[in-house]
Design a protein around this ligand. Sequence first.
Ligand SMILES: *Cc1c(COP(=O)(O)O)cnc(C)c1O
Length: 440
Amino acid sequence: MSRSIARSDAAFKRAEQLMPGGVNSPVRAFRAVGGTPVFVASGSRGRIRDVDGNEYVDLVASWGPMILGHAHPEVVSAIVETARNGTSFGAPTERESELAEAIRGAFPSIERLRLVSSGTEAAMSAIRAARGFTGRNVVLKFEGCYHGHADGLLVQAGSGAATFGSPSSAGVPEAYARLTRVATYNDLEDVDRLVRDIGNDLAAIIVEPVAANMGVVPPAPGFLEGLRERCDRAGALLIFDEVITGFRLAKGGAQERFGVRADLTVLGKIIGGGMPVGAYGGRAEILARIAPLGRVYQAGTLSGNPVSVAAGIATLRLLTPDLYVRLEATARAVEKILVDSARASGTIVRVQRVGSLLTPFFGVPAGGVGIRSWNDAKLCDAAAYGRFFHAMLDRGVYLPPSAFEAMFVGGAHDDRDLSHVADAAGEAMRAANATASGSP
Ligand SMILES: *Cc1c(COP(=O)(O)O)cnc(C)c1O
């Protein structure tokens, strides 16, 4: 394919002299798939355009926030109109309550909430709230789930039968990692083993109710209910990290979709409409422990930022029941495109989808129980995904530059986008497959 990327190449070389890996968040550097990151010039609806003028159907959508597509006129005018009246005051504004009401209205488990500036900050703060409320120290998380990059959450399962976690990043002290235990997703027996071991020092279990940071892995029937039950029995809090699933799987997120209620919910991405925002909320008695009411400290100069809040309000207002029907149909169409093109080219691919989130796991057969945890996901053929990724990129489709991230379908993806993806996928599957078997 002849796709000119001279200007992206130059932009990347320049950026590499300035920022680690040339980027401000690691996945953007394309290390998992190789090649030069696409430098984006603009986005509109379901597409982005790079600095060389190439256009792509965008199935990353800023990793979720752009559920309405890029530059939605109502969101843009909310941002512009708000900015005209000042962009930050470090004092309360009425709009913060408007966004808080919209969030609380969608999540019955959220009685009180705090707005922050990122999902990382929200997850970190929710855990501090859980520890402050319970007076306990240990947090249980799941291998393959991502909750942002706070120290205590960059922890992976220890090797062998070790019950303690170990840091998954340099710079995280072992002492922090020891306060986080790591269980296997969808494995309640493993949870029971760890909960028993932790005893009465378990403050919270934090989970992505649909895992979307190891590729899309749905909760097995009974898994979320099982976590709810175990938290209740242990006197610990259940924290749902709905940074991706909130307002995406349904207005009320995974909690609405699966009918399981969390004590604390972590939000981000969509609720900022493409501006930096996070939020955490839950039972009033827990949030009553946050300063200035209580002794759990948490603050932010730009928390509840007027422009971010305005973008969030405008976005949430546009999330109609009709939109969710459309998202489901469009995502089902993308799933079918991937399944059909894999079958036609003889490529072994299993597509896992929940609502508008989906992942093709290369090298994994379509039948059977599929990918249930990180132990399963890590066995997929990431090299085949990399070939598919580049073949799609060359044909004008921007996919997540990693085999272990979700594709995000949005409300602005239309029939023209879908037929473009279908044409590209047909060819790209063959290309990915042909390279694998060594034929020309
Ligand atoms: C993106 C993400 C976060 C972190 O949010 P940031 O805004 O990137 O800090 C936390 N949890 C989940 C599930 C996420 O997908």
